[in-house]
Structure formats: structure tokens, C-alpha cells
Design a protein. Sequence first.
Length: 186
Amino acid sequence: MKTATRTLIAGVGNIFLGDDGFGVEVVRALAAHRLPADVEAVDIGVRGVHLAYQLLDGYDTLILIDATARGGAPGTLYLIEAGTPGGIEPSGAVLDGHHMSPDAVLALLDTLCAGTGSTPPRRTLVVGCEPASLEEGVGLGPEVAAAVPEAVRWVLDLVHGGAPEASVPGSVPASVPGAATGPAGK
């Protein structure tokens, strides 16, 4: 097991279910940016089990990027920290390789770490986007597609040690990464 202050950015989602492909699209857009040497961005897609096993390699921080239905307007961005009120919490690990939510991945990771002596990431953040449609179809809807550049900026702010600030008029900035949850974008 490697130990360092490494960060894994994981874009999750199913590109064949409309806005569920948000995380994958954000990671693809991140490829145009230079990331620090200790930061790795990967397209996980629907391979939640693969993500859990990859995290055993030793990461200090995990940034999950995913479609996140929390009741806001489509395209609303959220910054959520695991373990905070309103955040995600590990729940029972459901081993369904095509439908593993972030909480199921974290539960599986906890189980794997207990069995291997590995350490899970110290911090897990989710940059989420309110979907408009999760119906079959390839491609993001217009509201979610418009949120991709802002989500990229948020992730870059996070990996460079800053807190994302919403640049969309009328939005609520996330002043402390992960400490607050709620709308912070479109």
C-alpha cells in the first residue's frame, strides 16, 4: 500500500442514461487541464467495484464526480463531503457492478480495507450535478452539459487547495470544501 497525499478524481456514471454520464464528461473535460503530479483523474463509468479496488492503492483524497439528485433545478452543482450532515455515508455494500452508488462504493471500500489492512481516503468529496433525465439515451441534456465547465473549475479549485466559488449569478458559493451542501451552481 502506498501512502502519500495523493488525490483520485473519479468520474462515475452511465453514458447511456442521459445526464447520468455527467461525471464521465467532467473527467473528459479535465483532460485538457494540467493536474498536479499527485492528482489522477479517471473515467470509472459504471465500474464501482473497480473504483473501490483502485482506492486500496492509497489515496488521501477522493473526489467523486456524479449526477446527484437532491431536488434542485437541473444543472445545479453540489459540493458534498462524506461524513458531514447531509453528505454521503457508507451503507450496505450492494455488489451490482452496474448500479453502485457512491455510498455503496464507500461501504465496499470499508469492507476491503478491513480485510486488507489498507486505509481508505481521509477525505471524500462529491461534486454532483442535478440531472434532468436519467432515461436511456446518449448525451447530456442542455442544463447538465452547461454545468460541465463550472464543475471542471470546481475540481481544479479543489485540487489546487482552494474552495470552489460559484460564478453563476444567484448561486450559492461553497465557501468551505465539503462543509456545506446544497446548490452552488446553475
